[in-house]
Structure formats: structure tokens, C-alpha cells
Write a protein that binds this ligand. Structure first.
Ligand code: ADP
Ligand code: MG
Length: 269
């Protein structure tokens, strides 16, 4: 919807092999090609061990491919990370327990000059405004331990988006949360994405979550880790709770489930 025709993430022919015990090789990713347009929301779904997190680590510049190439906004992932173009939300919120919520989200701006320069260069809401929008106005001066898991993850998401990265990488950020908290965080994530126009690469195990959030769903299969399907989700936005009950929404859920099943059985064959 707000996607200019510019590539944000490009993965070409990526292969990643790990040495495992006994000297054997484990092909975590093989021949992965993926192009993501700036501003789009892309989910990656697939069974455990199919290489989702490995793919994300390559895009984040935390690891390099053994073959192939990865670029983020035309830069190597390491350069993109150094320029603070990349934001990361892990599965657990990773907040500093001795700092208030407000101090946690503003910490990167206080200790990292590149982060504060990047943020100053791109106009947008302040951290306080983002916290208020995320329903955290009463939590700003509390410690993380005084918040529920869902609220802590909300803080981590605000902190990451507040730096206004061009690319946001999220590895199963809602998987530890209950269904209600999850749905409310999905809505807030979509609001933030809409406001800040980041490209989002989002890993999930949930078919419903992938369909609700994404422009594009990438289906992966294991052994070797690879992309088996790319599905465009042609549903209107905004995607409120009512949309989840429509036949169109169920159509996409069924489609993704079928493709996941296909990806799973491709290995047994
Ligand atoms: P996913 O996130 O889809 O569950 P991962 O990307 O974490 O999958 O892992 C893909 C495969 O690579 C798995 O079989 C995993 O055990 C293996 N793997 C991941 N990281 C390492 C590592 N550092 N050393 C050895 N094997 C690894
Ligand atoms: Mg993983």
C-alpha cells in the first residue's frame, strides 16, 4: 500500500551451512532468493529448523552467507546496521531491569551517536508520543519487572521503531504472549508500521498472524532450509479484528496452511 518501487532487502542465492557434531554439515539455507520492496510487510513462516532465524541473522549482518549475497538498502548488512538502518525485535524483550521504561527506550539515543543522528534526520513522533500511543503512558516511569510480558514486548517494539529504522527485523516477537495480548500488539504494530513506513521482515509460527499482518508471506521448508512458496496477500487495510472473520481472510489462511503442508511433505517424499 505505501510501498515505493525500491528494493529494501535483497537476498540472492544465499547458502548457509553449519558444522555439526561428528563433522557433518547442516544446510540451514540453500539457494535462497528474496527481494523485498521498501515499505512492505513480509512474513516468513515454516516449521522449526527451516532456517527462518538464520535468514534473519544474514539480513541483520550478524552472520554472513557461505554463498550468495545479501544487501539492505543497497548496503552490506553490516554497513546498514552501522548506519542504524536496521532495527531488531527479538523473541524476548531484552530490557535493562534497572532502568525505567522511558529510560530503556531512550537509551540507544543517549549512548549511540549514530542512532541519535539517524533519528534526528528522519522526522516523526517522539519516544514519549510513541509510548503514549502504545498505551504505555502510565508505565513510562515504571521498571520492566512491574509490567506484564505483553507490555514489556510493547516497550521493546516502541524502542526499536522509535529509532526509525528503514528495515525492522522481528523474530517471533509475539510467540510468548497469550492470544488477546497478541492481537492487540498486532494492531499496534500495524499502526506503527503505517506511521513510520519501515520495511518489516517478520517471523512467525502463526498462520492467522501472518495473513493479518503481511503484504507477502514467504513459506519455508527444512533440510535443506529453503523458500518453497511466496504468497501475496491481497486483503484491504486497515486490517481490523472484523476482517479475521471474513471468507476472504479464511481463504488466505487455508492457502497458507496448504502450502505449509506441501512444504512439510516435500521432505518426506
Ligand atoms: P528456525 O528459526 O526456522 O527454527 P534456524 O534458522 O534457527 O531455524 O535453524 C536452522 C537449522 O540450522 C536448524 O537445524 C538449526 O539447528 C541449525 N542451526 C542454527 N544455528 C546453528 C549454529 N550456530 N550451529 C549449528 N547449527 C545451527
Ligand atoms: Mg527461529
Amino acid at each position: 500500500m505505501h510501498a515505493p518501487a525500491r528494493d529494501s532487502i535483497r537476498v540472492a542465492g544465499a547458502r548457509r551451512v553449519y558444522q555439526v557434531r561428528g563433522g557433518a554439515e547442516l544446510v540451514a539455507l540453500n539457494n535462497v532468493d528474496l527481494t523485498i520492496r521498501a515499505g512492505s510487510f513480509v512474513s516468513v513462516i515454516g516449521p522449526s529448523g527451516c532456517g527462518k532465524s538464520t535468514l534473519m541473522r544474514l539480513v541483520a549482518g550478524l552472520e554472513s552467507p557461505d554463498q550468495g549475497e545479501v544487501t539492505v538498502s543497497g548496503l552490506s548488512p553490516k554497513d546498514a546496521a552501522a548506519a542504524k538502518l536496521l532495527g531488531l525485535v527479538p523473541q524476548a524483550p531484552a530490557l535493562l531491569p534497572w532502568l525505567s521504561v522511558l529510560k530503556n527506550v531512550t537509551l540507544p539515543l543517549r549512548v549511540n551517536r549514530a542512532a541519535s543522528r539517524k533519528r534526528a534526520a528522519v522526522p516523526g513522533p517522539s519516544m514519549e508520543e510513541l509510548l503514549r500511543k502504545a498505551g504505555l503512558q502510565d508505565a513510562m516511569h515504571k521498571l520492566p519487572s512491574q509490567l506484564s510480558g505483553g507490555m514489556q514486548q510493547r516497550v521493546a517494539i516502541v524502542r526499536a521503531f522509535g529509532l526509525r529504522p528503514e528495515v525492522m527485523l522481528m523474530d517471533e516477537p509475539f510467540s510468548a504472549l497469550d492470544e488477546f495480548t497478541r492481537e492487540s500488539l498486532q494492531e499496534q504494530l500495524l499502526d506503527l508500521w503505517d506511521e513510520l513506513k519501515s520495511t518489516v521482515l517478520f517471523i512467525t509460527h502463526s498462520v492467522t498472524e501472518a495473513v493479518r499482518l503481511s503484504d507477502t508471506i514467504v513459506v519455508m521448508a527444512p533440510r535443506p532450509g529453503r523458500i518453497t512458496d511466496v504468497i501475496q496477500v491481497d486483503l484491504p487495510r486497515p486490517r481490523g479484528a472484523e476482517l479475521l472473520k471474513t471468507p476472504e481472510f479464511h481463504h488466505y489462511e487455508d492457502l497458507v496452511r496448504d502450502r505449509l503442508r506441501g512444504a512439510f511433505h516435500a521432505n518426506a517424499a
